[in-house]
Design a protein around this ligand. Structure first.
Ligand SMILES: [Zn+2]
Length: 313
């Protein structure tokens, strides 16, 4: 089969999977029942649900900080929490790769689900050619896409709990302004690096949206999911790239064990060049309790600061 045909088949297949994995059933909350009981999969989504829901929701996050959503398996307790929820919020785009069937079942059982994938402008989604033409799920790395996610959550909440619809929309408006500020901050800091130095190398390919939005060339040791290991040829190819471009620093990710990046650093050293580990970036989860980076906004300020400080001359 030709490469092109394979890629096309991959896209068609992923489209079928996507539509199957992102259904929504509406079950409105009765008025006067107390706060909306929301379950969100990732830390990013739990934060977003809390900001948009404010005092009218109680949010339960399934995955803690530092947890890898690509590999996450729902426990029996998680399933129970989702079945009892008024609203379940998840990313889709196969981020929660081991939970797709579960979301379908929840929808079939009449649980109201908000699938962030549905609020995205399709034309702005990136497709990963290296991973067989599937959509890249790491949309939170582009703040302007995260604004669309916020919109989707607010609309979903307003639909599930119309009594407090105005409050959700007001929270959204306020938050969109804060996200605009964050976006401007990231752009300002990125601009402090000369173009040739804007190269970001991390453990897995989570940062393509980031690179696209803020002008970085991005390389990940593993693909867009962490469920396959990087081979030695991937490591040595990336090491050669680092040596050629004389890249100052590479980065560990908070939700991926550091050993792959350490192996890359060693491979660079074997080629006679020293690359620093520039620090830890939050990739598929926000900062944990006590890190000072527990919110989406703080996490992404911290990331851009870590990146620019380490790559600066
Ligand atoms: Zn990822």
């Amino acid at each position: 089969m030709s490469r092109k045909l394979k890629r096309m088949l991959g896209i068609v297949l992923s489209l079928i999977l996507l539509t199957a994995g992102c259904s929504q059933t509406a079950g409105k909350k009765e008025s006067g029942e107390g706060s909306l009981n929301v379950v969100a999969t990732t830390t990013m989504l739990a934060d977003l649900a809390g900001v948009i829901g404010g005092e009218h929701v109680s949010v339960n996050g399934l995955m803690g900080p530092g947890i890898d959503p690509h590999l996450y398996q729902a426990s029996a307790g998680d399933v129970e929490r989702m079945q009892k929820a008024d609203v379940v919020v998840y990313n889709g785009l196969h981020l929660e790769g081991k939970m797709s069937e579960l979301f379908e079942n929840l929808s079939a059982q009449g649980i109201f689900t908000i699938c962030i994938e549905k609020s995205m402008d399709r034309s702005r989604l990136l497709i990963s050619e290296d991973d067989g033409g599937v959509y890249d799920p790491h949309i939170w790395f582009d703040v302007t896409l995260w604004k669309q996610a916020a919109q989707g959550v607010a609309e979903g909440f307003a639909q599930a709990d119309p009594e407090h619809g105005n409050s959700y929309i007001a929270n959204l408006e306020r938050y969109l302004a804060e996200l605009d500020e964050l976006n401007a901050y990231i752009q300002k800091r990125a601009a402090q690096l000369p173009k040739g130095q804007r190269v970001l190398i991390t453990a897995h390919d989570a940062f393509q949206y980031f690179g696209n939005a803020y002008g970085f060339e991005v390389r990940g040791l593993q693909g867009i999911s962490t469920d396959s290991e990087a081979g030695t040829s991937d490591v040595s190819a990336l090491a050669s790239f680092i040596v050629e471009r004389r890249i100052k620093a590479i980065f560990v990710e908070s939700s991926v064990p550091p050993k792959t990046i350490q192996a890359l650093q060693a491979a660079v050293k074997a080629q006679g060049f020293d690359v620093a580990i520039g620090g830890e970036l939050y990739s598929d989860s926000l900062g944990g309790e006590g890190s000072g980076d527990e919110t989406y906004i703080k996490t992404f300020r911290s990331n851009i600061d870590t990146i620019v400080d380490a790559l600066k001359a």
